[in-house]
Ligand binder design. Structure first.
Ligand SMILES: [Fe+2]
Ligand SMILES: [Fe+2]
Length: 246
């Protein structure tokens, strides 16, 4: 069997699997594109079952998935996080800052963009030192507020993305004040300093460069992420199986 034939067989298997399944999108995937007050569009579900496990369109995750499995199979190109972690390493930051850099945008990469610092912090909180999840939570906030003493300026990219008149919401002002006066402000600020604004497509960074730091500082559950009954296990399961009906 040649490669083309194999690809055609895989396409056919996927098409057959899809014919047997009803796959629904959660409201959050479509809210805005459609009015969330309206009932979801009706589908003809005759003779088909609602998906309750693995989505055949996605690469299958191992039964006990690790953090790196999520990086490889569920997070979009993670090169931005990898390059940020590499920069923190090069700048001589400690393991907490390097780990925070490696994980900081995991929500934007594989889960939810809005309030991505908060979601990412919640995802990782059961497995990392509290200082790491604090930094990840507040990096989103601190990015809007310059601090010359760390050499951190308001990002040019934010002027391009949000326009020159964008003002952070009042909740961000309050969160910034809280973080500014916190004993771990410096850790969160160092994350923003190493959070690259533009990344270099020519610099390749392997996840394996951080195997040791992750091994020492991320408490990987034996059951796999999603199956350990931690306060964020359900969130990892949703990333693994994002389209289950229930
Ligand atoms: Fe971010
Ligand atoms: Fe980032």
């Amino acid at each position: 069997m040649n490669d083309l034939h194999r690809a055609e067989m895989a396409d056919q298997e996927l098409a057959d699997a899809m014919d047997k399944l009803v796959i629904i999108k959660s409201a959050i995937y479509t809210s805005g594109e459609r009015d969330p007050r309206e009932p979801p569009p009706r589908q003809d579900t005759t003779g088909r079952l609602h998906l309750m496990g693995h989505d055949p369109r996605l690469p299958k995750m191992p039964n006990s998935p690790t953090l790196f499995d999520f990086f490889n199979l569920r997070f979009g190109p993670a090169i931005h996080m990898l390059q940020s972690a590499r920069l923190a390493l090069k700048n001589g930051c400690d393991a907490k800052v390097i780990l925070a850099c490696l994980l900081h945008d995991c929500s934007a990469a594989g889960f939810i963009r809005a309030d991505h610092g908060y979601w990412a912090a919640q995802l990782i909180a059961p497995y990392v030192d509290e200082e790491v999840s604090f930094a990840v939570r507040y990096h989103q906030v601190l990015r809007f507020y310059p601090d010359e003493s760390f050499g951190y300026k308001y990002p040019d990219s934010y002027i391009r993305l949000f326009g020159p008149n964008y003002k952070p919401e009042p909740y961000l002002d309050r969160a910034y004040e809280y973080c500014r006066n916190h004993k771990w402000y410096g850790t969160a600020r160092l994350l923003t300093v190493n959070d690259l604004y533009s990344f270099d497509p020519n610099i390749h960074v392997e996840l394996e460069e951080f195997t040791d730091i992750v091994g020492r500082n991320f408490r990987a559950p034996a059951e796999g992420l999603g199956f350990d009954n931690s306060p964020s296990a359900h969130m990892w399961r949703t990333i693994n199986w994002p389209t289950r009906y229930l």
